[in-house]
Each structure stands twice: as C-alpha cells, then as structure tokens.
Design a protein around this ligand. Structure first.
Ligand code: CDP
Length: 212
C-alpha cells in the first residue's frame, strides 16, 4: 500500500513514458491501472469507423457515454490515425463530460488506482494523493514512439512521427477544456536523460513521502 495515497495521477504529453511508469507503480503498490488515453482512442476509433462528422457532437457524446471495457481492447487503438482522432474528440467538452464518471468510478474502487492521462491531477482527481507529470523533449519522445512502432512491425519515419506528435501536443495543450498542464502540486519529472528505473525510483520516493 502507498501509505494514505489511494489515487496516483500520472499526466504528461504523448510518448513521455507515462504508461510504463504508471503500470509499474500499479504493480508495486498492488493498485488497479487505467490508461485513460484508451477511452479517447476508443471513441476516436468509432468516429472513424462510422464516418461521423466532428460536428455531430450529440452522436459522439452518446458513443462516449456508452463505452464498455471491451471497447478498450481493440488491437488497433494505438495507431497514429486513431491517436489524432482521439485528440480531436478529446477537445470536445461533451466527450470529456461523458467519460468523467467512468474514470471516477474506476478510481474509487478499492484498493487504490493509478490513472494515466492528461488531466487526471487537474480535473478527474484534483484531490489525488500523489500527482506526477512525466515529460521529455519532443525529440526523445518521437524516438521512443518510433521504437515502439518498429517493434510492432509498423514502418514509420522519424520526422513524420515528430511532426504528428507536435501537432497532437499543440492541440492537447491549447484546447479550452482540460488542457494538458501539470497540476500545481505535481512532481514534474523530465525523463529525457533518465532511465525508466530512475523515473520509477523518483516517483516511488515522492509517493511514499506523501503517504507517510
Ligand atoms: O499514448 P499517447 O501518449 O500517445 O496518447 P494517449 O495517452 O493514448 O492519448 C491519446 C489522446 O487522448 C491524447 O492526445 C489526448 O488528446 C487524449 N487524452 C485526453 O485528452 N485526456 C486524457 N486523460 C487522456 C488522453
């Protein structure tokens, strides 16, 4: 158990290594883990499948409200076109509102939870016991994403991955509702020159210091 800390919020930009650290923290503390990006990706995927227009807010919000856990298991959710559409639907207040309950319900179930996303520490769980904001330079993040894609056998060009990531970061950081930014009380970790182990150890000392 992480002392008195029941909710751990892990936010940050694309491919900063949030998922890796969040999963490892969940394992370490015996907590449940939710990658909230998958919720927006699942909505984006269905918008693409069904050829919906972004102006059709009511239909997209209904889809978001009706999302089931199995929808998060689609194997293609991590693709770049779905990521881009995810960040477009994520800018819609009706979509964010529809996904709020799912995330809060998940977080409240015992014994505790680690959620990774963009607005966990600022909007979803402003009272989270520990908040981390994991970042890295755009170039380092693009290299990591490229490696991930290549390991999956997907061909990709570094410049293109970097450009698409910057586009998504600009949209996520510039939107009016729940823009990407660290909570005032978050520990910001720049992982550009850190190993995954170093990031993990810094995170654990911070969480333990909060829970003591
Ligand atoms: O894995 P990666 O960091 O590339 O992206 P993700 O976490 O799967 O998120 C995909 C998109 O969903 C982001 O670009 C955001 O626009 C959106 N998102 C969000 O707005 N709020 C969250 N809590 C999680 C994701």
């Amino acid at each position: 158990m992480a002392g008195g800390v029941r909710i751990i919020a892990v936010d940050g930009p694309a491919a900063a290594g949030k998922g890796t650290i969040a999963r490892r923290l969940a394992d370490h503390y015996g907590y449940r883990f939710l990658d909230t990006g998958l919720l927006y990706r699942a909505v984006g995927a269905r918008v693409l499948d069904e050829g919906l227009k972004l102006a059709d807010e009511a239909a997209i919000a209904r889809m978001a409200a009706g999302l089931n856990p199995v929808d998060l298991e689609r194997p293609d959710l991590r693709s770049e076109p779905i990521g881009q559409m995810a960040s477009k639907v994520a800018a819609m207040p009706v979509v964010r509102a529809a996904l709020l309950d799912f995330q809060r319900r998940f977080g409240r179930e015992p014994p505790g939870a680690v959620l990774d996303g963009r607005d966990i520490g600022t909007v979803i769980f402003p009272d989270a016991g520990a908040k981390l904001f994991i970042t890295a330079s755009p170039e380092a993040r693009a290299r990591r994403r490229l490696k991930e894609l290549r390991e999956k056998g997907i061909r990709a060009i570094e410049e293109r991955v970097l450009a698409e990531m910057k586009e998504r970061d600009a949209r996520d950081g510039g939107r009016e509702v729940a823009p990407l930014k660290p909570a005032d009380d978050a520990l910001v970790i720049d992982s550009t020159d850190l190993t995954p182990d170093e990031v993990f150890h810094r995170a654990v000392s911070f969480i333990d210091s909060k829970g003591g």
